[in-house]
Design a protein around this ligand. Structure first.
Ligand SMILES: [Zn+2]
Length: 422
């Protein structure tokens, strides 16, 4: 049984089954009975009873009546106790960040989107995140000490162990900055740091279009283009945590200059900036387009997508071309990894079919038949929240496994009560 997720490294082998059972319950969707746990883990009823007793004592798990029973007295199932604690989450993009507070069942209680510019560097941006998160908590009569953990995603290659980014093309000034440790110092709780596409994959795998799948790829099409991979139900980050940089696959060695310094990368053809540039050229060309209503320097990928959705054929053509290039890169990825689902996410993907139809076509034309026939290409089910929810999954992962080891500490319940009164 490989449902098991990530065992935090500091737990002893004796409690391995307990943490594995906790993950089973956590990702089961509708809760799990003791019998189901015994069957799936190959354990005896007695062993499961013991594990469940401990989980109940730690208040991480609670009993409830199954909602999916067809008739008669509903069986008792186990589910995560949402009121056991809270986590924070931050999805940092290039031009805006989303901040949220969620419970242990990964349900979002509060969420806010803040405009900023990642080019201002870590000092300014992390302070902005800090102020916004604190303000959000204060509004509910809570404080930063009520968070058991916080998960964060950034649009660059992350060295997970170090909690830093390395040479991120669209994050000037962030290279090597100790993001995780400075946030942990600021907030006094564990912080996880991941690449945003990685978290998108995780969010969709846990609660969205990749649910129950073993191998999935999530392609984030935003200002940057990146891929998050889940292989054998684990995030695949590679040796340095830098896997999935699909945006910097070379499409044409003599193509346009990319932010990374190379020429003709996928991102330079199909990323948000490339789409914006083509939209600006179109507006300046004097050809008929809805984009000529917008001042040229204000045209971003959002305006191009908007015009495309309103039926502007030339704007649609820009996105179709971007889709074809993305599809070519995805065909390569499918040939290499043979995933069962490829999920297209990120801001640009909100245009839907205008982008996904040419992607599917390019994949059909170019991927090897064996891989191509088994793959589903779809947009994310969580929409613009895939990455945010992935960050919540990461934070909850640390929080509940810690809580499961720590029966005595239920201090978070007081905080929850305060929140409900408000
Ligand atoms: Zn590049």
């Amino acid at each position: 049984m490989s449902t098991f997720f990530w065992l935090p490294i500091d737990y002893n082998v004796k409690s391995f089954n307990k943490h594995a059972a906790l993950d089973l319950i956590r990702f089961s969707g509708a809760g799990m009975s003791r019998t189901d746990i015994a069957e799936q883990m190959g354990l005896t009823r007695a062993a499961v009873s013991l594990i469940v007793k401990e989980l109940l004592e730690s208040h991480v798990v609670q009993e409830t009546e199954s909602r999916s029973a067809p008739s008669g007295r509903p069986p008792i199932v186990l589910e995560i106790n949402p009121d056991r604690g809270l986590v924070g989450a931050i999805d940092m993009g290039a031009t805006h960040m989303t901040i949220a507070v969620a419970d242990f069942a990964a349900r979002i209680h509060q969420e806010a989107e803040i405009q900023f510019d990642i080019k201002d560097g870590p000092g300014v941006c992390l302070e902005k995140a800090d102020i916004s998160l604190r303000k959000m908590l204060e509004g509910q009569g809570l404080s930063i000490s009520d968070l058991s953990a916080t998960g964060m995603g950034v649009p660059g290659p992350v060295i997970t162990e170090a909690g830093t980014v390395v040479a991120p093309p669209i994050m000037p000034g962030w290279d090597g900055y100790p993001i995780r440790t400075s946030l942990e110092k600021m907030w006094g709780c564990p912080v996880t740091l991941n690449n945003d596409a990685e978290l998108g994959a995780l969010g969709e795998w846990a609660y969205g279009a990749g649910r129950g799948e073993k191998n999935i790829a999530y392609i984030k099409v935003g200002t940057g283009v990146g891929a998050g991979l889940i292989l054998n139900q684990q995030i695949y980050g590679g040796t340095m945590g830098a896997a999935g940089e699909i945006g910097h696959l070379t499409i044409d060695e003599n193509g346009p200059l990319c932010d990374c310094g190379n020429r003709g990368c996928l991102e330079a053809f199909a990323g948000g900036n490339a789409i914006a540039r083509q939209g600006q050229l179109l507006a300046k060309s004097g050809k008929r387009t809805l984009l000529s209503n917008t001042p040229v320097n204000r045209i971003t990928a959002v305006e191009v997508a908007d015009a495309a959705r309103r039926g502007d054929l030339r704007a649609q053509e820009i996105l179709r071309r971007a889709g074809t290039y993305i599809g070519i890169a995805i065909a390569g990825l499918i040939n290499l990894f043979n995933p069962s689902v490829v999920i297209i996410g990120g801001g640009v993907s909100q245009v839907g079919d205008i982008l996904t139809v040419p992607i599917r076509q390019a994949v059909r034309e170019r991927a090897m038949r064996a891989s191509e026939q088994g793959v589903r290409i779809t947009t994310g089910m969580l929409g613009r929240r895939s990455i945010l929810i992935g960050a919540i999954v990461q934070a909850v992962n640390i929080a509940i496994h810690h809580a499961a080891e720590n029966k005595a500490s239920i201090s978070k319940e007081a905080a929850i009560e305060t929140m409900e009164i408000n």
